[in-house]
Ligand binder design. Structure first.
Ligand code: FES
Ligand SMILES: [Fe+2]
Length: 425
């Protein structure tokens, strides 16, 4: 059972909190590269781990992620002018470069050296896989770059989207590793969503599922087995990598999918959705489907990252579809079903009231590993999931004889190998 204290420990992510400090030890996906597509384009507000930041691309194409507020009198630099290698505050014209260094204060003579003393908080950034990642931790602990397969395949093999979710990161992430819900919440969509159909989708509708969790160096794998043909079991194997990455088992010839659950603040998170195929470009049909909110992606309100289907319109629940067994919960779309269900728990689920069962073992293990990693980081040591080797893994769906251990038997399928297709039934 999770106590109130343990729940606070795991869900608070501001500066100085144990989980906040832990997350600040990793590279974090902060925004899509396309949000700041061109040099000197408008700056973009980004909130990560309760910190309000501003991202911009300067005249030379360099990306900066800096404090949102001007050091003069606290105006939001979002109103600023992005020009001549710096962002100029719209109030009195103070100008900052991508490192947050103030490079001009019009009212003060340059010779005074005043502006040299002014520097805004700024975070190192890197663009990988069409995403701007930031590192918000102590400089001496800056880790090697992320090494997830989706960041390394050619651009045409990948589709990335993000959406805001109106709840704490932990309950969103727990939904991502709770494979037990798939046979219920998503059961009708496994027939209708063209990126999920296949033999595996039929086998997944089988509700007699057994769970096994195996701890790995970077996190854990969760194997869920269901009956397959005589003497065999169908295994769906999810990867979870600290601190907030998950990889969903694939279906048939479809691409691989994964998420990162990044806290915006303690009541909201960014659900990053990554789709990639290791060996081929995504087809026009796949891209079109995902852009229209299919697969793990959702349709967004134009100009925002808020889903069209959201809390304010009761997720456009269709009770007739629910009654007619067209939709298990009445919400359309796999990703929005997850979001609706997770947001319904409230901004931060009170875990002291829950009653866990054996299918929640993955969720329990993730909580234990996060707590352990936070304590490791507190001691100044390196937490799990920082070593890039732990990122080079895959999810898999695979049929195995019923007398073998899944983790050993699927070992090769769980490695990300250049030029080798993923194991998928
Ligand atoms: S508040 Fe930004 S220049 Fe004065
Ligand atoms: Fe789901």
């Amino acid at each position: 059972m999770t106590t109130r204290e343990q729940n606070d420990f795991l869900t608070q992510t501001g500066l100085g909190t144990p989980i906040g400090n832990l997350f600040r030890r990793y590279w974090i996906p902060a925004l899509l590269s396309e949000e700041i597509a061109e040099p000197d384009c408008p700056p973009v507000r980004v909130k990560v781990l309760c910190e309000r930041l501003l991202a911009f691309r300067d005249t030379r194409g360099r990306v900066g992620v800096i404090d949102e507020f001007c050091a003069h009198r606290g105006v939001s630099l979002w109103f600023g002018r992005n020009e001549e290698n710096g962002l100029r505050c719209a109030y009195h014209g103070w100008k900052y470069d991508v490192t947050g260094q103030c490079i001009e204060v019009p009212s003060e003579p340059e010779a005074s050296g005043f502006c040299k003393k002014i520097k805004l908080t700024s975070y190192p950034c890197v663009e990988l896989g069409d995403v701007v990642w930031i590192y918000m931790g102590p400089p001496e602990h800056r880790p090697p770059l992320p090494n997830f397969e989706w960041t390394k395949v050619p651009h045409a093999h990948r589709f990335v989207s993000k959406r805001t979710q109106e709840c704490n990161y932990l309950q969103a992430m727990e939904g991502g590793i709770d494979s037990a819900h798939v046979s219920f919440l998503h059961r009708h969509d496994l027939r209708s969503d063209s990126l999920h159909v296949g033999k595996g989708a039929e086998l997944t509708r089988e509700t007699d599922a057994r769970f096994e969790v195996v701890e790995t160096k970077g996190g854990m794998v969760i194997g869920v087995r269901r009956p397959a043909q005589e003497g065999h079991l169908y295994w769906r194997i999810t990867q979870w990598i600290l601190p907030f990455h998950s990889m969903i088992p694939p279906y048939g010839d479809n691409a691989l999918n994964g998420h990162a659950w990044v806290p915006i603040d303690d009541d909201n998170c960014m659900s990053w959705c990554f789709t990639h195929h290791p060996t081929r470009p995504l087809s026009d049909h796949e891209l079109e489907t995902m852009r229209n909110g299919g697969g793990i992606h959702v349709k967004l309100i134009p100009g925002t990252f808020r889903p069209v289907v959201n809390k304010d319109n009761d997720y456009m629940i269709d009770r007739a579809a629910q009654k007619a067994n067209k939709s298990y919960c009445g919400v359309a779309g796999i990703a929005m079903q997850d979001a609706a269900i997770q947001e319904s728990m409230g901004p931060i689920q009170d875990r002291s009231k829950e009653n866990l069962v054996s299918t929640d073992n993955g969720v329990i293990m993730a909580r234990i590993r996060l707590r352990k990693a936070a304590l490791t980081a507190q001691r100044g040591e390196e937490p799990d999931g920082i070593d890039p080797a732990t990122h080079a893994v895959r999810s898999a769906s695979i049929v195995l004889p019923d007398n073998v251990g899944f983790y050993e038997a699927a070992a090769a399928a769980l490695e990300a190998k250049d030029g080798v297709a993923h194991a998928s039934v």
